[in-house]
Design a protein around this ligand. Structure first.
Ligand SMILES: [Zn+2]
Length: 419
């Protein structure tokens, strides 16, 4: 019997194998048959009541029919929708939706003027009691619990402050954080390319988009000169390892907003059409990148109004791209975990006659430790295999039976996917 063992390791930034040639077996960058991945990541600001929140959820998930990312406030001084608002309906709806994955982001510890470390445990205690897991943190406006480096007045990772909480927050399960980092270049986790800058110019909004482009060029130049505030332009990673001010390491991710008037203006439901326009989605597919869109669906949420026509049309177009197998649309938690797990997947491939044995050993996570993944963590993972070959995927000595062989994709290669 002919046997050949080929080592494999995770994907690097451009989705190619880092150091090994795997002959014809290769970890596919995205699940079959997709060419790009996107999430609409909405902050909960201005979604003041449970009714408003339910309306947004229903519209995007049912009327349009796509998953997206939504967040929650643990506290709110003015009694707006929040986990610990004191209204049982808020509490049970938020807990149920976190459990079901339709809320996956904690939006700082919310709006609480006297926030301090002692407010942290009641939040996580409540989540733990109800089997809720949250891995993604997003800073909110000027909340003192923020983690930002350059604005937003975050004190959450400064051990000398009463607001310090990040040790408890990481212990409670947060792995990914977003602070204040926004890009307007389409497609992350692919090398920086000046062509992505040129498409910022929009003849329909000539002056605004020109200014926007000029500002972006300045930031990119500063990034190449070593200006740390803008270093994410140069690397163009979706996720990078970040050392908090208390010395802990977490994954920091970048969000996208290319609005011609800037992200601070173009962050509402009515502006969403511009962020997921046909031009953006085509570029995203072309560069085969990741994209986490920054928006607030509760701001100016009026899907029935005439001014929402363009956004509704763009959302339906995104749904079509998803159904056609072009763009993998999921929540932020799913996209971020997929990106990290494929990046650090430790696997080998052995050939026995015409059968390829893909052996998954572990995920070698440099921040939170190596682990053997649960098969559910590997759902949608896809490996290219030679045409006509048979393949099996083995995880920790046991074959994963839920797999399917896919016909050739747009690149002409056949593949096997864990389902
Ligand atoms: Zn916010």
């Amino acid at each position: 019997m002919e046997t050949e063992t080929i080592p494999g390791i995770g994907l690097n930034l451009i989705g190619k194998k880092e150091s090994h040639t795997l002959h014809e077996v290769e970890l596919r960058r995205f699940p079959y048959p997709y060419r790009a991945a996107l999430t609409i990541c909405s902050d909960i600001d201005e979604t003041d009541t449970l009714e408003q929140h339910e309306a947004v959820q229903y519209f995007i998930r049912k009327t349009i029919g796509i998953p997206f990312s939504n967040s929650f406030f643990p506290y709110h001084d003015e009694g707006k929708l929040s986990l610990l608002s004191g209204r049982p309906s808020d509490r049970s709806a938020i807990l149920e939706q976190i459990r079901g994955g339709t809320i996956d982001v904690i939006h700082s510890y919310g709006e609480k003027k006297d926030f301090s470390r002692r407010d942290v445990e009641p939040v996580w205690e409540e989540l733990r009691k109800h089997g809720c897991k949250v891995e993604v943190w997003v800073d909110h406006k000027d909340a003192s619990s923020n983690l930002c480096k350059y604005r937003c007045n975050g004190l959450g990772d400064l051990p000398q402050c009463p607001e310090y909480h990040m040790d408890l927050t990481v212990q409670s399960g947060i792995r990914f954080i977003w602070t204040d980092r926004l890009t307007n270049l389409v497609g992350q986790e692919v090398p920086f390319n000046w062509k992505s800058v040129s498409i910022l110019y929009d003849p329909q909004h000539a002056w605004d988009s020109f200014i926007n482009m000029a500002r972006t060029v300045a930031k990119i130049v500063l990034s190449f000169l070593g200006w740390r505030k803008y270093d994410f332009f140069k690397s163009n990673c979706l996720i990078h390892k970040h050392r908090l001010k208390d010395g802990q390491w977490v994954y920091e991710f970048i969000r996208f907003n290319n609005h011609f008037k800037g992200a601070a203006v173009g962050d509402t439901f009515l502006d969403l059409y511009y962020l997921i326009s046909d031009k953006v989605l085509s570029k995203l597919k072309e560069v085969e990148g990741y994209c986490i869109v920054y928006t607030h669906l509760g701001k100016k949420f009026a899907p029935e109004s005439q001014s929402a026509e363009e956004t509704v049309k763009a959302l339906r177009n995104l749904k079509k791209e998803s159904d056609a197998g072009h763009i993998f649309v999921r929540s932020a938690a799913e996209i971020l975990n997929y990106c990290i797990r494929t990046r650090y997947l430790n696997w080998t491939c052995k050939r026995q006659s015409e059968t390829y044995l893909v052996h998954i050993r572990s995920i070698d996570d440099p921040l939170f430790g190596n682990y053997v993944p649960d098969p559910r963590m590997l759902r949608n993972f896809t490996f290219y295999i030679p045409k006509g070959a048979s393949a099996r995927i083995i995880l920790d000595e046991r074959q994963i039976l839920n797999t399917q062989i896919n016909p050739a994709d747009y690149s002409g290669r056949q593949s096997i996917t864990i389902i």
